[in-house]
Design a protein around this ligand. Structure first.
Ligand SMILES: Nc1nc2c(ncn2[C@@H]2O[C@H](COP(=O)(O)OP(=O)(O)OP(=O)(O)O)[C@@H](O)[C@H]2O)c(=O)[nH]1
Ligand SMILES: [Mg+2]
Length: 596
């Protein structure tokens, strides 16, 4: 059977997964309601976190499809996927038009010489403007240096959610047939006899993990044939070789993997039995075969320490709290989380290196759901040294805000050592692009939401390491710290809420040294949130509940990571996110401060 390999790429939320799901349903590979976003966290957040493979059959052709994540933190995963396919469906929201991640993934595709098929999606939206967006997409191709052949791309119009694609806007198609036919017409045939007759070469572009089978490698067979249970040779980028044996061979079908005996050049497969295989390595059959060109993995940009939860409430709601349990879980994560690095050498903490706050936050969120408790320290950017020069990670920030708010945003990013790249009007909004050290951005998101009253949109993407820009001044708020352990009372919170934003409400268990809010004045503030009103004999403490409190600003993993200070820990348990001072007792904090 003929094989075609494609990836679906786009900015976050433009409809990649909806399109993949519809393709699977209409070709009978899955049931209505099934989705590629199958992970719990993906379902909850409504985003794709992990790229996933599937295949569908259409007119006697097998189409391998990779659905990719749109969030910038997972951009390097998309880049790897692009190495394994022959064409992409570039999905663009027909209202929003090309967005920062559209540009990034398109640029990578064009550089690899791929010829994208453009799918203008969500044409059903009231404010959709497919003709204008089509122009914008063309301009983007042009600006990114597309070749004449690439500029001659085919455009389809779609309502992915309803499983409809059209060749022309006015067509009244009821399904995705026009898109499937375009794929057959335009995407090169991956399976050819000549390649199949050569000795085996597979390149791994992604990893997966199975509790029984261990590490799994997902790769494309470029040449030759592979049989289950065969002996193979693994070659790394430096040409070093080692031996291995395939213990299971799978292809992808609908939402499932399918065990097969045999596969050949052109197909995308998954193999078990190679516990130390890594991205980019070549699986082949002879020592003297050449390794395929290396696949680069983006370096981590931020790090933080993860340690055992030492708060007084430790163990109250988690199942796994010990150092050894944490270590076991982190080691397992390294099996699949390609961009992640962990240093296990320190006695009292593990140092985690990731590709951005969200990259690490997803790991922590998964861990707490699985029943783990832990603490983390404030995230720091990774500073490198090259030729005696200090380098730090930089990001491109794209912001869309109501025009009247642009001044505040520009002022804040400038003090944080950002450089404005461009500013242009967009409808009633202003679109501003900045280049800024990641260090300057840490903690900014939260301020941005407040400054723009939730109306602004911010996208960030790491663009690489550049010379260190020196100290960055940030307006910091202090922490409001509890001096006592017990249950908070509305009466005391009512007075405290005038001095900062509270993270907790009444009737919440707190402990000495826990941070219960911020302190607007800038310095840390030590307070007693459990103090009740002097009760007369007649009144009961029940009256406390009648007090009207401003709703607390409850901490999430990401806001916690963003606002925490250097002398604090974020305590993460299955049901709670608490901020605390590393030294819970005030005297200990003073002593530690003096030592510095
Ligand atoms: N109105 C409209 N909504 C759509 C259409 N296609 C998808 N959506 C909705 O857009 C949202 C995002 O769709 P997804 O398919 O998850 O987007 P995605 O590109 O996979 O997002 P990430 O993987 O997180 O980058 C969902 O709420 C979909 O229901 C469409 O054609 N029209
Ligand atoms: Mg998706």
């Amino acid at each position: 059977m003929e094989i075609r390999n494609i990836a679906i790429i786009a900015h976050v939320d433009h409809g990649k997964t909806a399109l993949t799901d519809a393709l699977m349903q209409q070709t009978g590979m899955s049931e209505a309601g099934d989705s590629m976003d199958s992970d719990t966290l993906e379902k909850e957040r409504g985003i794709t976190i992990y790229s996933k493979n599937t295949s569908v059959y259409y007119k006697d052709t097998k189409i391998n499809i990779v659905d990719t994540p749109g969030h910038a933190d997972f951009g390097s995963e998309v880049e790897r996927v692009l190495r394994s396919i022959d064409s992409v469906l570039l999905v663009v929201d027909a209202q929003e038009g090309p967005m920062p991640q559209t540009k990034f993934v398109l640029k990578k595709s064009l550089e690899l010489g791929l010829k994208p098929i453009v799918v203008l999606n969500k044409i059903d939206k009231e404010a959709a403007r497919p003709n204008i967006v089509e122009e914008l997409v063309f301009e983007l191709f042009f600006d990114l240096g597309a070749s004449d052949e690439q500029l001659d791309f085919t455009t389809l119009y779609a309502i992915a959610r309803d499983g409809i694609a059209k060749n022309e806007l006015e067509d009244d198609s009821q399904n995705l047939t026009p898109l499937l036919d375009t794929i057959l017409e335009e995407v090169g045939v991956a399976s050819n006899k000549e390649a199949q007759d050569k000795p085996l070469r597979i390149q791994a572009f992604n990893l997966a993990y199975d509790n029984f089978l261990g590490r799994l490698a997902i790769g494309r067979i470029y040449e030759g044939k592979i049989k289950d249970a065969s002996q193979i040779i693994i070659k790394d980028a430096e040409g070093q070789t080692r031996k291995g044996k395939i213990t299971k061979l799978f292809t992808f079908e609908g939402l499932n993997r399918k065990e097969v005996e045999f596969a050949q050049a052109g197909d995308i497969i998954m193999v078990a039995g190679l516990p130390d295989i890594f991205i980019g390595e070549t699986i082949c059959e002879n020592e003297d075969q050449e390794a395929l060109p290396a696949i680069s993995i983006d370096e981590p940009t931020i790090s933080l320490n993860l340690l055992v939860n030492s708060s007084p409430f430790s163990g109250k709601d988690g199942k796994f709290v010990t150092n050894s349990k944490l270590k076991e879980r982190l080691e397992k994560e390294l099996e699949v989380n390609v961009g992640l690095k962990i240093n296990f050498t320190a006695i009292d903490h593990y140092k985690i290196y990731g590709r951005g706050e969200m990259h690490i936050a997803i790991l922590l969120e998964n861990m707490r759901r699985e029943g783990y408790e832990m603490q983390i320290s404030q995230p720091h950017v990774i500073i490198k040294e090259k030729d005696g020069k200090k380098l730090e990670p930089f990001e491109e920030v794209t912001i869309t805000v109501p025009a009247e708010m642009s001044g505040t945003v520009i002022q804040k990013l400038s003090t944080r050592k950002g450089n404005m790249v461009s500013m242009s009007p967009e409808h009633n909004n202003t679109k501003i692009i900045f280049e800024i050290p990641t260090r300057g951005l840490l903690g900014y998101r939260n301020e941005f939401v407040v400054d723009t009253r939730g109306e602004g949109i911010i996208y960030t993407r790491v663009i690489g390491f550049k010379p260190y820009v020196g100290e960055i001044e940030k307006t910091t708020v202090g922490s409001m710290i509890s001096m006592a352990t017990g249950k908070t009372l509305g009466f005391s919170l009512f007075n405290l809420q005038t001095r900062g934003n509270l993270y907790i409400g009444a009737n919440t268990e707190v402990y000495e040294g826990m941070v219960i809010g911020d302190a607007a004045k800038g310095n840390d503030l030590i307070v007693n949130p459990i103090k009740g009103k002097q009760l007369s004999n007649m009144r009961s403490s029940g009256a406390d509940e009648a007090i009207n409190l401003t709703p607390p600003r409850e901490l999430t993993l990401e806001t916690g990571m963003s606002i925490m200070h250097g002398d604090e820990y974020l305590e993460i348990t299955p049901h709670n996110i608490r901020l605390r001072k590393q030294y819970l007792n005030e005297n200990d904090r003073i002593k530690a401060g003096r030592k510095k």
